[in-house]
Design a binder for this molecule. Sequence first.
Ligand code: PLP
Length: 285
Amino acid sequence: MEKTAYVNGSYVPLSEAKVSVLDRGFLFADGIYEVAAVLDGKLVDNASHLARLERSVGEIRLELPETTARIEEIQKELVARNKLVNGMVYLEVTRGADTGRDFAFPKGVKPTLVMFTAEKDIVGSPAAKTGINVITVPDIRWERRDIKSVALLAQVLAKQAAAEAGAGEAWMIQDGKVTEGGSSSAFILTQDDVIVTRQNGSEILPGCTRKAVVALAEERQLRVEERAFSIEEALAAKEAFITSATVFVQAVVSIDGKKVGSGKPGPLTDRLREIYVEFAKATAV
Ligand code: PLP
């Protein structure tokens, strides 16, 4: 059965879901996106994703065409129509389709809002058990990485390099420190049991999963430090892991071909993953 997508007020078969070639998302990457996981048919941590959506669109002075409450209704409707059990809902809002290609904001143009779903067994994914290899690449992105913009070319190249190297993620490096993964937040566990992840700021996307994992760890009296770390520090760490809406918590077992810790997913990573899955199940809507 063909899946349904949402395009500007209509539910349409995915193969017929289209926007104009004049859409500013297409021409200028003038748009924002969000991805929320779906677990047992429910949206995970969606309030956090919708809050970040509001912040991102505010930063580029783009008005949402629907309230976030209405957006959540549409997300749920799409999950129901697609009988989605486990996976994700992708949503994108752009500054709409003008009549030409002027860089400045068009007047009187309604933003475009599209959504579609994809299936993924996040909890049962094989990489959750084995962990992933990571490569490093220079971080060549722009200076406002806190905005979840659809301009993802640097990450496309980084993740393609990872795929060609048999790695599951690329960690991006700036000034000798890890910023984040191509589509995930980066963490290490130091030899003295401190969980380290880079502080939020314009250098990284404020990950929703990162935020939840930091809070869940702190609630359990685990020590967390939000600061930059280097690859040397990561290679000397006990454990390393990534977080994102579509992987939750996933172990990193090697970086550029060198083992991290035992070269297997570490016990704290496994524990944080269990804690996050429990949180996701208990709070999904
Ligand atoms: N950092 C980047 C660059 C990302 O693209 C993503 C997710 O796509 C993340 C971090 C993780 O964010 P979240 O946990 O909200 O999915």
